[in-house]
Design a protein around this ligand. Structure first.
Ligand code: TUI
Length: 323
């Protein structure tokens, strides 16, 4: 029998069912190449970057690895359409999308043979996108970093799994082998991890950003911008306190969005951890070290494999008790 995990790995032509989240500014060609080279799926985060920048990253990945990789298209970006043209031209094997519905581009993706894995935060959108012909669904819980929905991973994944017949990848709060096993137990075919890869050696994010992730504890992330319709999970700092105050005072959507412009870039590139936007998931509290991407993948897979071996013993003992 072909299990879920094999089905996903065969579909994407990868060794391990681990996707690296396509974080804007953070997930550059260097990081994506390192993850793909290690047997996962590295993903370039196009974010709000113009096509020239993403093109350079694509070329970098192609130079560093011959393994498959992906590009995440942030559908709120003014360049989204041009980025899609670029990934079609460059024959990027996998596209993930965020913050919207990629339905209108499906015909072009199908024609080009691009695998499409949209990120969704609800059952309804997963169902709609399956009908539109996507290859798999990345279901992201509200534990995740950056732009998020409002359902937790633990309850979102089984509901999406029960609704669609294509592979489901769990995202949001997954950081180690325990999370991978939990996701598989919920019926997912694999996982997408992002926050942990901020602390990969190959990740070009500023050392201050990495340090903020490593220092973060269980209650150190907050959700900002709920009133704008685009809630974003970030590590608490001076910026989030200012945003909270403005939101309490009833600031307009425009005012709040104005304050957010360029803040992710200043945190990731310049290392401004005080007034920059430190997007990260709740699992930042579980990230404790900077290490090569390949080592992260190896650790996650080895830990998951040990847990599953122990669990099969538990399974047998449950069976004996309930013949
Ligand atoms: O996209 C992300 N994470 C991001 S995007 C980002 S940059 C940003 N810029 C401006 C405003 C907000 C963010 C930082 N982090 N993750 C994937 C994701 N997509 N999470 C949740 C969703 C999502 C939410 C609602 C996808 C679709 C959706 O429904 C929209 C619809 O059209 O039904």
């Amino acid at each position: 029998m072909v299990n879920n995990h094999d089905r996903l790995c065969n579909l994407l032509n990868i060794k391990y069912p681990i996707l690296q989240g396509g974080m804007a500014w953070v997930a550059t060609g260097e990081l994506a190449a390192a993850v793909s080279e290690a047997g996962g799926l590295g993903i370039i985060g196009a974010g709000h970057a113009p096509p020239e920048v993403v093109e350079d990253d694509i070329k970098k990945v192609k130079k560093l690895t011959s393994n498959p990789f992906g590009v995440n298209v942030m559908l709120l970006s003014p360049y989204a359409e041009e980025i899609i043209e670029l990934v079609l031209k460059e024959k990027v094997p996998v596209v993930t999308t965020g913050a919207g519905n990629p339905g209108k581009y499906m015909e072009d993706f199908k024609k080009a043979g691009t695998r499409v894995f949209p990120v969704v935060a609800s059952v309804a959108l997963a169902k709609r996108l399956e009908r539109q012909g996507v290859d798999g669904i990345i279901a992201e819980g509200m534990e995740g970093g950056g732009h998020i929905g409002d359902i937790a991973t633990m309850v979102l994944i089984p509901q999406v799994v029960d609704t669609v017949n294509i592979p489901v990848i769990a995202a949001g709060g997954i950081v180690d082998g325990r999370g991978l096993v939990a996701a598989l137990a919920l019926g997912a075919s694999g996982v997408q991890m992002a926050t942990r890869f901020i602390c990969a050696e190959e990740c070009q994010a500023h050392p201050n950003y990495k340090e903020a992730v490593i220092k973060a504890k269980d209650r150190d992330t907050v959700i900002c911008g709920r009133s704008t319709g685009h809630p974003v999970r970030v590590i608490k700092n001076k910026l989030t306190r200012k945003l909270e105050k403005l939101e309490e005072e009833g600031a307009s959507r425009e005012e709040l969005e104005e304050l957010g412009i360029g803040k992710l870039k200043s945190a990731v590139i310049e290392g401004d951890v005080t007034t920059g936007s430190l997007m990260a998931g709740q699992c930042a509290a579980l990230v404790n070290t900077i290490q090569p991407a390949g080592e992260i993948i190896k650790e996650v897979v080895t830990e998951a494999s040990k847990i599953m071996e122990n669990m099969s013993e538990i399974g047998r003992s449950f069976n004996k008790e309930n013949p």
